[in-house]
Each structure stands twice: as C-alpha cells, then as structure tokens.
Design a protein around this ligand. Structure first.
Ligand code: TYD
Length: 217
C-alpha cells in the first residue's frame, strides 16, 4: 500500500492544466508538503522518447492501436520509475494526464472502445488508479483558440485533429465522469485561472485533509 496521494489532471487541449498544476505545486509546497509534478506521456527519459514517437507530426501512418499501446507502455515505465517511488515515500504526485486520457482519446475519440483501451491499461497500471482526478472541462473551440494564441507550446500530432475529434474527446471524458463519479471531479475550465485554482484547491484540500489525518497514526 502506498502512503502518498496520487492526483491526476485531465482535460482537452487548452484547458489550462499546466497553469493549474503550477499553482497546486506552489500551494502544496507552501503547506509544507512534498509535491512531485510530472506529465504523460513523458516524465522520465524512456517515456519522453516514446512521447517523441507518438506525437511527431510526421508520423501520420501511426495506427490507432499502436498509438494506444505506446501510451500504455510510456505510462507503465513512468509509473514504475517515478510515480510509485514517490508515493511510497509518502509524497503527493500530481500528474498531467493519465489513464483517462487514453480512455477518452484512444478509446472514445479514436473509436477503439473504452473497454478495449481499459484492458491494455489495466495490464499497464496493475491497480495503480489515481486517488483523485480533476477533469478540466472546456469547449474545444475555446481550448484550441487558447493554444493557438500561446507562443511557447509546441503543436503536436493530436492538436492537428479536427474539431469533431476534440468534441469526441470531450464526450469521452463525460462518459468517464459517469463511470467514475467517486474519483473524477468536474471543474469548469472556462472560468478565470484564479477561480479554477480556488475551486480545485478546496476540492483537493478536502481530500488531502482526510488522507493526511488517516496517515498520522
Ligand atoms: P501535450 O503536448 O502534453 O498536450 P497537453 O498540453 O494537451 O496535455 O500532448 C499530449 C497529447 O497526447 C494530447 O493531445 C493528449 C494526448 N494523449 C492521448 O491521446 N492519450 C494519452 O493516454 C495521453 C497521456 C495523452
């Protein structure tokens, strides 16, 4: 049993995950907690290399199942090398994207099926589901507009998908909210970054409080 707290942040393109994660990390550090922030696909060298292969805009030939398997492989390695050791040390891990991205993007939007994609991910994560997942909901036209305005964000192969694809991603996340109501919390990501952060901090604080109290003994 791990002693830490595993939080994942999910959402479509331009939902503001990066800004939120920075705020949460500052907040956690200011409260004297050790917070590890990381991202998928990537976070460690092997997974960053897999990321390059998946997201390269030149790889238009990539098959949807290959894509799903590569995400699952990167996820496994990142869990073993980075997430699990931190949780075992009792730290709080905040991860930008995790299994729900695969279920929403590959399972639903690509049409592989949420159940099929769940099966390969069940194998990859071997029981390591997040304690809490924040889903940042934004309409794709707003999210894509936000990233097109940003100047420090690389455009990857999945950003180049159609608006219809990103609408299916959002639909996929909504199915996951119904499937995992206990684990996934919905946050309206069209609010200001400050309002989003305040809402998420309140939510996470409720969970952290409980988690910390149960671990003091
Ligand atoms: P990234 O540049 O990290 O995008 P973002 O800032 O939106 O998180 O690229 C990650 C891309 O990979 C993003 O388009 C979502 C996609 N993705 C999947 O399709 N499945 C997955 O399992 C994961 C982790 C990401």
């Amino acid at each position: 049993m791990s002693k830490g707290l595993f939080i994942t942040i999910e959402g479509g393109e331009g939902a503001g995950k990066t800004t939120l994660i920075e705020t949460l990390a500052e907040y956690g550090a200011a409260s004297g907690r050790t917070v590890v922030t990381t991202r998928e696909p990537g976070g460690i060298p092997i997974a960053e290399q897999i990321r390059q292969v998946i997201l390269d805009p030149k790889h238009t030939a990539m098959d949807a199942r290959t894509e799903a398997l590569l995400y699952a492989a990167a996820r496994r390695q990142h869990l073993v090398e980075k997430v699990m050791p931190a949780l075992n040390r009792g730290e709080i891990v905040i991860c930008d994207r995790f299994i729900d991205s695969s279920l929403a993007y590959q399972g639903h939007a690509r049409g592989l099926g949420i159940e099929e994609v769940w099966e390969i991910n069940r194998f990859a994560i071997a029981g390591m589901m997040p304690d809490l997942t924040i889903y940042m909901d934004v309409r794709p036209e707003i999210g894509l507009e936000r990233i097109s305005r940003g100047d420090n964000r690389e455009v990857n192969r999945l950003d180049l998908e159609s608006l219809a694809f990103h609408n299916r991603v959002r639909e996929g996340y909504n199915l996951l909210l119904q499937r995992y109501p206990e684990r996934i919390a919905l946050v309206d990501a069209e609010q200001t970054p400050e309002a989003v952060a305040a809402q998420v901090i309140a939510l996470v604080e409720a969970r952290w409080g409980g988690f910390l109290a149960s671990r003091v003994k």
